[in-house]
Design a protein around this ligand. Structure first.
Ligand SMILES: *Cc1c(COP(=O)(O)O)cnc(C)c1O
Length: 297
């Protein structure tokens, strides 16, 4: 069931094209910008979530675990990706969801349940008492493998180091990604070469402490009010980006990433001749929580 080959083949990383980002601000400032479309590698196990899950899946298989357990919110890209990956690799899965069960589960949780994930809801207060329920879970699911929220942790960083192998890395002076837990950023920074900087666009408000890494720059001014918050300006930008370039983005992560890079370029942040690579880390399913018609795509 869980041979390593099978696990590695559930997505097709060959589908991750590199495309130019033809926004007028880049040629105006004498710089080039490409995007690595990780959103294309799988319709559900999308973007960076595959890279962050890969070594957790392989470790679980090596340890003969039957059940994968992880955590997240009601709109979590990680939870739905894990549910789908678990099903494809032959694991059971359990999702611990922060917040009370509502009458109508989010589209994300409906999809996760559709892949066979058992969902357990926990109030925020209960959720904080992690040691208590982690112990109970380990009794209830004896051969389980616990994956940290968002796929954070060493295995997640290790998988993220493989992202840059999909691009001709020597071409780029600056690599940009959206940053939640920072796992992807750290992996990219480890894989970057000595002449490159990796930039993380932080999508959370007030996220300051961070494990230092050489060649990593974090930008804190593009969270638009906080995690999963949005403004009309962000939505307008995402619609305009799609009209001008054909590139779809999500409002939690990649919309803020593309906005930030275009804004920095407009403010002469980059010397002429810079070559930027934006990691399109997927997450488009998150847009299903927006009112219909807000986005043109
Ligand atoms: C989860 C996610 C991120 C954040 O990745 P981290 O490794 O937690 O920083 C970025 N983009 C998308 C689309 C995501 O789903």
């Amino acid at each position: 069931m869980h041979e390593n080959k099978k696990i590695s083949s559930i997505v097709d990383t060959g589908l991750a094209d590199i495309e130019p980002v033809p926004l007028p601000v880049f040629p105006e400032k004498g710089i080039e910008a490409d995007t690595l479309r990780l959103d294309r590698i799988h319709p559900v196990i999308s973007g960076n979530k595959w890279f962050k899950l890969k070594y957790y899946l392989l470790d679980a298989a090596a340890g003969k675990s039957k059940t994968l357990i992880s955590f997240g919110g009601a709109y979590s890209n990680h939870i739905v990706a894990l549910a789908c990956a678990a099903k494809q690799c032959g694991f059971e899965s359990v999702g611990i969801i922060r917040g009370e069960a509502s009458g109508r589960p989010s589209p994300t949780l409906q999809a996760a349940a559709g892949y066979g994930m058992q969902l357990r809801f926990m109030s925020r207060a209960e959720y904080r008492e992690k040691t208590q329920w982690l112990h109970e879970l380990s009794i209830k699911f004896p051969s389980s493998h616990i994956i940290p929220e968002g796929g954070a942790g060493e295995a997640g960083i290790k998988g993220s180091e493989e992202i840059l192998a999909l691009a001709d890395q020597s071409k780029y002076s600056h690599i940009f990604c959206a940053m939640g837990t920072g796992t992807m950023c750290l992996g990219l920074a480890r894989a970057a070469s000595a002449q490159q900087y990796v930039h993380g666009i932080c999508v959370l408000k007030g996220f300051q402490e961070f494990q230092d890494a050489a060649r990593l720059r974090i930008h804190h001014d593009y969270h638009f009010g906080g995690y999963a918050k949005k403004t009309p300006e962000l939505i307008h930008f995402m619609n305009q980006l799609h009209r001008q370039t054909g590139i779809p983005t999500d409002f939690v992560y990649t919309g803020k990433l593309f906005y930030a890079v275009a804004d920095l370029a407009g403010r002469d942040y980059f010397p002429a001749g810079s070559r930027l690579l934006l990691i399109h880390s997927g997450g488009l399913q998150g847009n299903r929580s927006l009112p219909k018609g807000m986005l043109d795509f």
